[in-house]
Structures are given as structure tokens and as C-alpha cells.
Design a protein. Sequence first.
Lengths: 798, 487
Amino acid sequence: MRSPLVLAFFLAVAPLGAAVDFDHEIVPLLRKQCGECHTGDKRKGGFSMNTRVSLLEGSENGAVVVPSDVAKSKLLELVASADLDVRMPPKGPGLSPAEVAKLKAWIAEGAVWTSGFAFKQPAYEPPLKPRAPVLPTAQDGREHPLDRVLDAWVKAKQLPRPAVADDATFLRRVHLDLVGVLPTAAENAAFLAERAPDKRAKLVRALLSRDADYADHWMVFWNDLLRNDYAGTGYIDGGRKQITGWLYAALSENKPYDVFVRELIAPTPVSEGFAKGIIWRGSVSAGARPELQFSQSISQTFLGINMKCASCHDSFVDRWKLRDAYGLAAITSNQPLELVRCDIPTGKTAVAAWPFPELGQVDPTKPRTERLQQLAALMTHPENGRLQRTIVNRLWHRLMGRGVVHPVDSMQTEPWNQDLLDVLANRLVESKYDLKAVLEFIATSQAYQSRTETLTRTTDDKGYVYRGPRAKRLTAEQFVDALWRLTGTAPLKVDAAVARTPAGQASMAWQAQPLWSNDKAKGALPPVGETRVFRLRFQVPAGLAKAGCVVSCDNSYELFVNGKTASKGDDWQAPQAFDLTSYLRAGENEFLLVGRNGGNAPNAAAIWLQAFLRDANGKDITIATSRAWEWTAAVPNAKGVLPANATWRPVAVLANPVWATGEPKMAELLAQLSGKGVPSARASLVKSDLLQRSLGRPNREQIVSMRPNELSTLEAIDLANGQAFTDLLGRGAANLLRRPWKSPDDFTQWLYISALCRSPSAAELKVAQEILGPRLNEQGVADLLWAVCMLPEFQTIR
Amino acid sequence: MSLPHGLPLDPALPEPLARREFLRLLAGAGLATLSLGAPKLLGSDDKPVVHPPAKADACILIWLAGGMAAPETFDPKRYAPYEKGLEYKRVLSTFPAINTSVDGVRICQGLESIAQVMDRATLIRSAVQPDLGSILHSRHQFHWHTGYVPPQTVAAPHIGAWMARVLGPRNPVMPAFINIGQRLEGVGESEELKAFTTGGFFGGEYGPMNLPFPEDAAAAVRPPKGMDAGRFVNRDKEFRRLVDATPHRDLLSDYQQESMLRSMDNAYRLLSAKERAAFDLTLEPKEVQQAYDTSRFGRGCLLARRLVENGARFVEVTTEYVPFFQWDTHGKGHDMVSKMHKEIDRPIARLIRDLEARGLLDRTLVVIASEFSRDAMIEGRPGSKAGDQSFHKGTTIENPDHYGLHRHFTGGTSVVMFGGGVGKGKVYGATADERPLVAIKDPVSVEDMHATIFTAMGISPKTAFDIEGRPFYATVDGKGKSANIFG
């Protein structure tokens, strides 16, 4: 590469006598010629000359300057090269011969550097180990450690202390933040009426003790952060593995965070999905192989380090190097891992290592399992403040709307308040890595309980200034859960394979008996295609709140309720569950079930049906197939109408051990439908759909630590006219209409309390009256529901 | 100007600066740009990006998903008619070549209508794709649509999202990026399709409006089923009154809440604007509807035309990717492609002629492309380790099902471009005349293809956005080079 011309030039330069003046000759020269790419935070090619240490560290390709060794100092070769593809700097006329000579002399003299000099003060390096900040004196009796830090900060900056949020605002905020659902109208009334001075703290603790609600809600955060989902890229061919069951259990039992992290890094089969990453089909770039994904994922999720740049080349933006990324990758790699820079193999083998040797190091000679355990132990080392700060910062961000370090994945940057971050981190450690304890710590502070900051477009233009919590947009899951709960429209089943109820509690007593016609001789079986019609007439009391039904038939059936088709099925092992409420009326009702036998030869046939009718007090009446039913051989027309002369006869109650195996499933469906003993479905546990995507639920191929706070126009279009959303509102309105409202105002009152935690104003009541009309009807209720859901006040957590 | 069969163009299309201002407002700049940053030119922090002058204002990407075999469409080679026992090695094309309106340029039989408009086109015959190991459509489609090989550590934006982000909407009420004809639910590999049919790290504001069924497009901008227009309008009016009646007006000065209301306004504007008629195919004269109506794809072409007439920025219309259907010929290739010829020939030609008749072709770039080509023998490209995915493994053709190009070929394929300043009646690049049919002149990589399209649209291939503290370029590392096909 070195041209003869350059060699000749070097030989021609006379040795220099006088010492080179670093400050006045070398600094301006380096700043002018090299500064743009190799000082400050810039390290093109992995090379920085910002400090003497970084200068001597060299580049990705090895040493650049070797003090007193002109021949080994590649810098001289590069600045003097005649090859413009090689020469540094690549732009401009380059160095003059005199400048090259000066550099050469400086290196020959040992590259003397003024002690402590840096072109730019070195990029911020956050503390690694925990710190114990001295808490400022409490002001006005505000003793909470977080308030002591923040009050002192606010006072020093002569800023106003954020005002306390009112009870209703706090109530809504803390419900959504901790368990993801709105408080009910009853919870609202009880909280506002309570007089205890510590009622807010009590509420925080009560919410955190709702284990199922807590787990349901925090699945959203953790699925995003661990890129776990119930459908998505990679699952199609086993290139990705869910950790759903493990994660849900970990949240339900509030697994200590250090244990949680260890189980993800040195995993068992149930928790290995995160470490495994996504194995993409076909060939991928070196930086995307699973070992490097491991490196990137654990760095980002647990340490707030962006190892993505360094997976390909030494980072240009922070201190992480290719060997850091590969060091972590090599810990999990089964084979020796060759360092590949920008998809070009380097011939060097990665050495298993993690990026904070101050705390100890992984032994690269140990087998993989042991290396992973060592990494897990180092990651959760009590002195690894980085792990602690990263997670508490994420929790602070979720509750307060902005990270102490922000964005939350850039933990290499300076927090706006180091003491605040450390007080939070220390709380995590003191509580033995109890995440709920940290949430309680934050939520019981006056800071959390303050009014949200009013933002303008220019708020952050000059950097962040703390003025209280920031409002957050409802997540897709919070929005959908709110709607489901307000209107009783949650689906029957969730997609996530999680244990939400202790075994056995989910069942509702199954009373339905298998029935068929009583016209068979002993031992004779119904022929193929035999059709029998079964009937029950029953009374429904007034004031029905909800009714549900599970039905099946060996082999196929159509069920008419009061003359309307309510359900059909053709697989007795796939019983159908449906909401019966809208088919029923007060007074006499009729089930008419047309059952048909299938198969290739005569075989056993039966029907099952069980329904519950729930009154406004939550009391259930059960209706099930039994001897009370009748059958006829007459065949109904398509509308389920039988000839007038049909004769009805008593049914036969059957038994069959094969059928008995299907009954637990029917019982479970009924239990889910009834909601008794089974928590209702949560949006976090179902696959993403159009509505959730419209509300910002992400694809989880990449780790997501912050969702967008804005509603986009396309999302707004979906909310204005999306069919699924409209249908949901329609079903919800139908459900709500069945409740005993005294008047349209009564409904509006309930809706505002339930959705916004406040009563409507007189002006709002008036608009609502116009929407609802003088008599409550489905259209009016659906439209008011829509309008309230679209209010920014509803869509944000203030 | 009022147009014969369409809607009047909005005479007040905003100027570029106004457009960007509009978009900035739309995006909620103050907060959104904190994490994204403004476009910046490679290697310079303070200079604004210098875009090339735009040759086109709108782009229609006609996406022939599944691997359109160039030798069966735009790059005919030696024709070997079907006969029992025919050796695969003798098969280069299963369709004979026909003349086009350009002397010396021949394309395949079955594309007679397109042949007549080739004098408006530049035919690129040297597009190449990398070998991504086992050939998987969705990965190559991801690559083609984003310019990046999956997986990426950040969500890569679709090419349409780049246009939406950098250029903004052409008409403020029209979504900038509209995607016609691809179902994203219930088809094979749908999760993989969703991975690139997205605004990526630009966010939802720049993502696609998906219209899988052109005939139902009107419903996407209409009040939902079961709600008449009067109720819809009234509901919105009452909503605004409810917002006004909110007791704590001070809360509404909050920027986040304002930005939510603005999005609601934007949505309502489209749903009530005259432009929404553009989504309704039934407003076209019967004759025109019939001319396009070869299939869902044909209707999609008509919809694309109407949307571009009314100010859409980027429209993709596809024959749809469904594994083993359409262009994805692992068997019965000749018959399947014959059917595809019928689907695409008339609508594409009519689209070009309609755009021309309306004076829109010069400023509309129409691109016909697919993720790769096909060959009767070679999987991937010569030397590839990709597994053979043809259903029939023999060396000879024993029945008509065996007749066709059943292997995925990445060594050379055709892309046709019309309008938008590209040369007329030109051919760019060439493939070999004997197997392997690799590009032998002026190869155009996926990155260079993006650079070419971006250049036509007035976007510098070096445009970069900061994401997670590092630059993400319109073409990988800002290095895509536009093919010299303009003028």
C-alpha cells in the first residue's frame, strides 16, 4: 500500500532537533485534519484521538500511533499516502509535507500529550457501582426519599413544586399504571368517600396485591421488552419460542428481579425464548445471528446499552466495540465465534467476556452452561448498579411519563438527576429486587401524586426540566380493556397459554345430561342421519343481567332460541359457548335444538346444553338438558318452525364413558362465559388485532421499550370507521342497555364516572342528552361511548 | 382542471415547503422529533439534506409477488414448446416472443397490450438480488420493499413510508402511502409480510393504509357498516361539542391532547372530503370498470389510478403474495403464468394509457417489479447452496404440470418503469442468452433500484434519519446509486 514515492519522501525528511510543542503545533493540526471524525464522541473506524488513551488504543485494525516508533505508527503512512482511497483525511487537500513531518517528529519524541488534555471532554461515563446519595432535608414534612431529592432540586432551580393531583385523578392514574384497568364506579365512590389520611398509600398496596390484574397488565411491558408474543415473525417454523407461561408466572408471583434476570440469561426450557432470539430462515448478516441477537438483547433490555452498532463494527456513537458485542455473543456460542466486521471475517476469534470486567469476568474456558451462569451472576452482582438503574428507570418512565435517563435504552447517557436514579436503584436492592416494592415506592411519593406537567410544542427544546409527571397515552391494551370492561364485551378466551386461575377453580358445576330420543330398543343405536328435535320451555325472570349457554351434539346441531338461530356446530368435541342474553325475554322462552346423528354406521348420539341466567344481584339460575326436555321426530323448516301436529315425547337420558371425557371442557367454557372463578380476558393476553394495532400495539420482532405517545391519522381513521371497533361498540351498547338505567342522564353519569373518574358537567350532560335522545337506545349509547372513548381525556393517563 | 373520467385534481396542491410544514404538524413535531431527528445528509451534521430535483410526484409500484419469471414476461429467451420428454436444460422460456411498439424489443406472448405501450417504458433487464440462503419469498420481499436484508435491529420502513416521511402527502387529505391488494391476515407468511408492510421506526403516521380488496376500498373511507352518513357526521359534530364542553379547558391546551385532536381532525377530513370518492370504483364508467376488471389486481390498478389522480403519493398494487399461488410457480408454471398474463396485461396497459391521457404519466413513476425471477434449472443463482424447491425433480418434462420455470432465480430479472422522467422505449442492462441467464450488463442491485426510484421522486439516496443514535439511510449506508435511465 505504501507507495515508493512516500517512502522516498520519508527518507528525505531530516531528523528534527527541537521538541515539538504539542499544545500549539499538534493540537491545531489534529483538530483541523482529524477532528471531525476522530475526536469527541466520533470514532470513525473505531478510532478516536480524543484522549491519549484512546489514541493509543488504536482502531479496529490495530495500533495507529506507537510512541517513539515511527515505522509502526500507521498514522504517518495514512496521512502521507498518495492513494486517495487510503489517505487520511479522505476529504480536502490533506496534510502538507511540513505537517506530516511535524507529526512524525512528535511521534518520534514519544507522542507527548499534555496531561489531562482532551479535544472534547470525554463522553459521559455513567457510574457502574451503586451510589448512596445523601438525602436532602425534607421540606414541609415531605419525608419520602424521592420527594426529598426532587423538592431540593426544584427549590435549587427556583421552580414551582408540582401541585398535588386530586383524588379522582390519582385514582384513575394509579389504577391504569399499576394494574392497567379503570377503577369501577363503586371503587371510585368508595375511594372518594374514604377519610383515612393514608388512603392513597393503602390503595397503592391494595392494587399491587391484585396479583392477576398486576400480571395481566405488566405482560404488556415485558412482552414488549422481551419481544415475546403469541403470534409473529419466526413462530411459523419454530425459529422463535414463547416465554409466555414462564413470564406470566414470574409476574404473578412477583419473582425477584435478580432471579428473573438470571432465569432469562441462563435459562431453562420455559424461559429460553428470550435468549434464543429469532432464528431467521435463510442466511442472515453476521450481526443478526442468534449469538449476536443474544448480545444485543441482554445489553438493551438489562443494561440499556445499544450493542446493535457494535455488532457490526466498533460503535461510532459510544464506547462499545466489536469485541464487546462478540464477547457477550461468545458466552452463549456453542462453537468458537469468529469476529466479523461489517460482514467481512477478521480471522480473530471472539473471547467470551462481558463488558464490565470491574465486577469480575466470565471464564472463557468453561463450558457454555457454566459461562451463562457466570454471566447471570455478574449481571445480578450486587455491585452492578447498571442493571438496577436500568430497570428502575424503566419503571419510573412507565409511571412518570419520562425516564430519569431518557430515552430509556440510552443508559450510557447522563440522567437529569443522578441522585434520583440512585435512590430508586437502592430501593430495588433494599427490597431484595422486588419490582412491586419499587412501584409502591414511586406511587406513594408526592411526586407521582402530583398534577401532570402541561406540555407545549417547545417544552423540551432546551433540554428536560422536571415539572411533575407527564401524561401518558393509554396503551392499546389499556384502551381495549377499558372498553371491554365498561361494556362487558371481553372475549371468552385468551390466546396466551397462562395459568390465571388455580386448578379446579375455573369449573362451574356441569349438570347437563346427554339426551336423545327414547324410541330405541334396548341396545339399538340411532341410524346415520337420524334427526331429532328437542325442546324445553322455561321462564325468564325480569331484570336479567346476563345469560350464557354452552351447547354440543354428537354429531351436529342447530339451536333456535325463541325462533332465532343462536348456535350451530358439527363437532361434539368442539362445544359452542355464546352469550345468550340478547335472545331471551322476560316470561316464557323456548330452546329448540335440532340434532342430527352422523357417522358411517349406527352409532350413539346425544345433545348437551347448559345455560345460566343471571339476575341483577349476580344470582344464577341454571338450565340444562334433563328429563324435563321433550323430543319429536317432526322436522322443522329452515326457520326452525315445526309442523303444528308435531308430537312431543319424553327424552331418554344416556350415559357413555367417551362423552364423560368431553364434559370438563364444556364446564370450563361455561365457567369462562359466566365469569365466575375466571378472570375476564385481558387485551394483553390475546393476539394483536387490527384495533390493537390501530392503538399502537407493536410487532415484537424488535425490543420495544417506549411506545409512541401520539395518535396517528391512520389510527384515527380506524377509530372513526373501523368495522371491528364499531361492532364492538354496538355489542357493548346492546349489553349496557340491558342494565336498569333510570334515565339517559343516569347512564351518562355512570359512563363519565367509569371512564373518566369524574361526573359530567352540566354542559357535557346536555351534549350527551342530544346524543342519547329522550329514551336510551343502542345507537345513542354506542355513539356516546364512541365520543367519550375518543376524548383525549380518556385516551391519556393524566 | 376537470378530467373526463375521474375527479377534478385539487388545484391547490400545497407547495413542497407547505407540505413539509403540514407533515411536521401532523407528526406532532415537538415530541416526535425528539427521538427521530430531521433528515440529514451523509457525513454532515448541520447541512440540510440536498435532494435531487423530483422528476415524479407520485409513484405506483405494481408488485408481482411470488417471483415473476423474467423469461416468461419481459425478457424472453429461446422458446421450447411443450412436448413429453422435453429436457429441462432445453427450456429457457415457455412462451414465444412477440414484437412491441419498440423496434428490436421483444417481450413474451400473452402481454400483447403491454407490448403496445413499451415505447413509454424503460425496461431494466439486469436487476439482481443477493443470495439470502434458502430462497424465501417473504425475506426477499422484505429486502425489496425496505432496501434492507432482514432481520434489522430497528424496524425498517417500507419504501412507501420513506416517501411519506420525506415528501409527505401530495394532497393533505390523502394518505401518502396506500397498499392495495395484499391481505395481511389469514394468508401464509402473513406475519412476515407485516414485518415490512409498515412505517417502521418512522411510526404509524407513515405506515400504509391497507386496502386488500379494491372493490371494498370505498368502505375504508365511509362510515362503518350500519351507520348512515347523517349519523356519522352528527356523531363527529357531537364529539367536538363534547370536547368543547370539557370543564377543564386548560387541560386541552396540553400539547399531547391537541395532537390527538388534530389526528382526529385529519381522519375526519379524509372521511368527509370529496377525495374519498376516489376510493369508490363504482363511480367509473362501466366501460372503464370492465377494461380493468380482469381480477382483483386489475381493479387494484384502476383504484391506484384514481388515488394518484386525487393526490396519493405512493400506491402499491399487487397480484398478492399467497404461497404457491399466482407467480409462485413451483409446478404447473406455464399454465399459472398464462393466467397471470391475462390478469395483468390489459389493466397495466390501460393504466399507462389512462395516466398518459390525463397528462399524469410524466409526473408519475410506475414500476413493475417482483422479488426475483425464475428458472427451469437453477435455484438461487449459479453456485447457490439454496435447496431445490421445484415440485418435480426429474430432468425431463413428463406431463404439462412439469412445464414451466419452477425454481427461484436471483441472478437476473426484469423491472419495467414508466413515466416519472425515465427514458421512453429504452432497454437498460441485459441477461445472457444461454443458461445461466444472469445479468451480464449494468447490473442493478436492490439498493441501486431504491436509489433509482428515490432519485426519480426527488429523494437523495443518502437521506438519513437518526434512530437510536445512529444514522439509518434511505439506501444501505447511503451508497445506493441510481441507474442511468432518465431522460
